[in-house]
Structure formats: C-alpha cells, structure tokens
Write a protein that binds this ligand. Structure first.
Ligand SMILES: Nc1ncnc2c1ncn2[C@@H]1O[C@H](COP(=O)(O)OP(=O)(O)O)[C@@H](O)[C@H]1O
Ligand SMILES: [Mg+2]
Length: 475
C-alpha cells in the first residue's frame, strides 16, 4: 500500500526497531559516559589520596574506581542492555517480515489485469489504486487519490457521484455490488466497465475494494449482437408477412379458379350422362373430354396451391393415429377412373402399427405416386400398392411396369417442376413428386425411388412408427 501512516499501521504498538536501535546507541553512549565518570573519579581519588597521604595512591584510586566498574557496568549490561537488545532484534525481524509481505502484496496488486481501487469504508475516499488503474484512467496513482468517484465517471445519470456513493454505502454494509458503469478517463473519454465492489479488511482497517474491468469490447459485441438480432427480427417479420401474402394468394387462386371449375365439372358430367342416355355417342365423348380436361386442370391448380403453401412454411400438420391399410384402401377407392382402379393391386401386411399422421396430407402424397404410376405406364399394366413393416418404420411402395426413369434423372425427380424426358408426353407441372417429398419430410419420413428405363419404377415412402423411437430410447 502507499507509505502513508494511516494506510500502514505498525504490526504492534510502541517504538519501531529502527527507533529501538537508536536507543541502543544511546545505551552505548551511557556506558562510555560511565567509563568517563570512572576516569574522572579515578583522577579525583588520586588527588584526594595525594592530599591526604602526601603521595599519590594510584592503587587506592584504582580500587575505588574498580568497585564502580565491577558493579555498575555488568548491572547495566544485564538489567538494561541485554533484554532491550533481544527485544529489538525480534522487532526488527517482524518489521522485515511486514515489509516483505507488503512488497508481495504490492506486486500482486500491480500485476492484476483489472483496475483496483481501495476506498475508505466510511468516507468512500480513494486511498490507493493499482498500476492497471493508472493505465486505464490515465491518472498517476498520486493524482488518482485526489479524485472523486464523480470525476472518474461519465457524470450523466445514472453514472453520478450520488449513485456511486449509494453503491459504496451498500457494499460497506456488507452487500457486495456487481454492476456495469460508464467510466471516464482523464481526457474525458467514456468507456464501459464492470465494477465488483466489496468490503475487505486490509492491514487491520475496514476498506472497500473496487475491482474494475474494462468491458468495452464485450459491450461493443453485445451492441452489435443486439443490432443484428433486431435486423433479423425485422427480416423475419417481413418473411412472415410474405408468407401470409402467399397464403392469401394461394387461397384466392384456389377459390377463384376452382369454383368455376367445379360448375364445369358438374355440368360436363351431367351432359355426358344425358347425351349418352340419348344415344348421342359422339357428343357424349366430347363432354367426357371436357370432364377429363377439367379434372386435370383442377388437380394442377391443387398442386400449385399446395406447393405454395408448403414453401411458405405455413403447413400445419393435424396429426392423428391412423391404420395404414385403412388409409391406403380409401386412397385406392378414390383415385382416377373405374378403369384405373381396376389396375391397382393393394397388398397390405397384417398387423401394421398405427401411424401418427396428418391423414389428408399423407393421402395426397400417396395419390401423387399412384396417379404417376397410372399415367406413366401402359393402360392395362398393373400398379402394385404395398404397405409393410421394416425396422421401426412402415414402408408404403407404389410399383408400375411403365416407361421408367433414366439413372441420371433419378436424383432430380423429387425437385420442383422437374419432368423426366421419358414421361414428358403426359401432361403435368412437375410438382406432384415435389409435394409428396415435402409432405413426407414434414412427417419425419423420407422418399425413395428405384427405376429402370423401359421396365418400370418403384416409389417408396418410409414413415417412422409412432412411439417406437421413444421406446428405443427408454430401453
Ligand atoms: N411412375 C413413374 N414412371 C416414370 N416416370 C415417372 C413416374 N413418376 C414420375 N415420373 C417422372 O417424374 C416427373 C415428375 O413427376 P411429378 O412431380 O409427379 O410431375 P408430373 O407428373 O406433373 O409431370 C414426371 O414428369 C415423370 O417424368
Ligand atoms: Mg404427377
């Protein structure tokens, strides 16, 4: 600590060893004085003896003086000098130890990478600072001791003297304080610090220790992060808004295009029946053509709307437990024309577990595979729809003996708007498989395909069995 008396009280009350040794010198002086007195007395004795006996009696005088030397000097030595000297030696040792520990303390104090302030616990006055403080604030240690906390703070609320004193008071009452503070250096530059304020006993005195860390870098990073987060939030809001617009658009298309189509479908079907009933075969066929085209148009609109919904990420699955065989039976009964249905063979394994799925969405995914199989294979060839259990999963497959897909096209077949060369004669948008993939992936499943050009294709949907994963985890 600083060399000032109030900062460094001596370890024991009383005189220091240095003072003690000064006294020791006085002791030596006294002994010398005793010797001088002895010499003077010896001379006086010599004179007295000469006067009394007419001749000098150095022996007698020596004897008298000897008594003094024999009695006085050892007495002084034993009673005063020796005990005093050993006590002083002890004190000297203690003082050296104190000085060494103070030097250690100072070295650690100054080596710290945080600025450290030692405050008077009662007045809050700065008593001492370490080297890092002088570097951080630009004041010398001497100057720093004369500063108020106000001068080392930004000054504007809440970084004021009152607030600082309030914190100091709290810490003095035994509540350690940890807070961020806008500090100010000697040139008026402000910077962020983190202050750790706590009470401590130093050299037997009640002190407050303020450990101050420069957090400018962290603060800047935090501000940058906040800024980026705000930007991200804004961008996200825009995206959500866009998605909402897309959904509105999809709903509009779906409604506005499909409602006239519904009346075309209804009227064409009725017309076809009536004309056929009246034996007008040619006209009935034409009405049938209108019906088929209108159906195709309807399914294309549905695909467009569905894919728009999937892409905007607003697909919400309404999951329920469903028996896979029941679901497939329903799909097969509802797909295509009666002739189409005649080509489909359903092979469903027994005892398949129920699946947790959005029925409507999964049906749509399977319908897309079946309509493709029907579309891209000869009109009389069979289409096999299978459901079986594999390792912890249920696999639904659709196989045909149709045109097949070239190996180099297989990796793209589930992409948006992709149409393979072999099947391009048939009409379509290239969205069906894309929708199937997104639907299945939304269920945590996956799609796959095997195909040979000119021989046929097998498309697969693999879905996790509800609860199976959890059971495995628990085991
Ligand atoms: N069963 C299949 N056999 C042969 N090719 C198929 C089969 N299913 C799909 N394809 C090919 O994959 C392409 C993409 O299919 P899909 O996404 O359903 O679009 P679309 O049927 O509207 O053309 C089709 O254009 C076709 O070339
Ligand atoms: Mg298709």
């Amino acid at each position: 600590m600083s060399g000032r008396e109030e900062d460094t009280p001596p370890i024991r009350p009383g005189r220091t060893a240095t003072e003690g040794f000064a006294t020791l010198r006085v002791g030596r002086l006294l002994l010398t004085l005793a010797a001088v007195i002895f010499l003077v007395e010896f001379s006086i004795m010599l004179a007295i003896h000469s006067f009394l006996f007419g001749l000098p009696d150095p022996l007698g005088a020596l004897l008298d003086g000897g008594i003094l030397i024999i009695v006085l000097i050892p007495t002084l030595y034993v009673v005063v000098y020796r005990p005093f000297r050993s006590e002083m030696a002890e004190r000297l040792q203690a003082e050296q130890a104190l000085r060494a520990s103070e030097a250690n303390y100072r070295a650690i104090f100054d080596a710290a990478n945080d600025a450290i302030f030692v405050h008077d616990a009662n007045t809050g006055r700065i008593l001492d600072v370490n080297r890092k403080m002088t570097e951080l604030y630009g004041y010398t240690a001497e100057e720093a001791r004369d500063r108020t906390v106000e001068e080392l703070s930004a000054g504007e609320p809440p970084f004021t003297q009152e607030e600082a004193l309030r914190r100091l008071r709290r810490a003095a009452e035994g509540q350690p304080q940890l807070f961020e503070w806008l500090a100010r250096d000697r040139w008026g530059r402000t910077f962020w610090v983190e202050v750790n304020l706590r009470r401590a006993t130093i050299g037997g005195q009640d002190r407050l220790l303020a450990i101050v860390r420069d957090v400018g870098e962290r603060k800047r990073a935090e501000q940058e992060r906040d800024r980026l987060l705000a930007e991200l939030r804004q961008a996200n809001e825009k995206l959500v808004e866009l998605a909402r617009q897309r959904e509105d658009y999809a709903r509009m298309i779906s409604h506005d295009l499909r409602s006239p189509l519904t009346s075309i479908l209804g009227s064409a079907a009725m017309l076809q029946r009536r004309l056929a009933g009246q034996g007008q075969e040619r006209e009935a066929r034409m009405a049938g053509l209108v019906l088929t085209s209108a159906r195709r148009l309807d399914s294309m609109i549905q695909e467009l709307v569905e894919s728009t919904r999937l892409e905007s990420g607003i697909l919400e699955l309404h999951k329920e437990l469903a028996d896979p065989c029941g679901l497939l039976r329903e799909v097969v009964q509802g797909v295509g024309t009666p002739e189409d249905r005649g080509r489909i063979q359903l092979e469903c394994a027994e005892g398949l577990p129920e699946l947790l799925v959005d029925r409507e969405r999964l049906e749509r995914a399977v319908v897309n595979l079946i309509t493709n199989a029907l579309k891209y294979s000869p009109p009389t060839s069979p289409v096999v729809v299978k459901a079986e259990r594999t390792d912890g999963e249920v696999q639904i497959s659709v196989s045909d003996r149709g045109v097949g897909i070239a190996p180099e096209e297989l990796p793209h077949i589930f992409d948006r708007f992709y149409r393979a060369a072999a099947g391009r004669k048939g009409q379509g948008l290239g969205l069906g498989l894309y929708i199937t993939r997104l639907m299945v992936e939304a269920h945590g499943g996956r799609v796959g395909v095997e195909s040979r050009l000119g021989e046929g294709s097998t498309f697969r949907i693999t879905l996790p069995i509800h609860g199976e994963g959890i059971a495995e985890h628990a085991a």
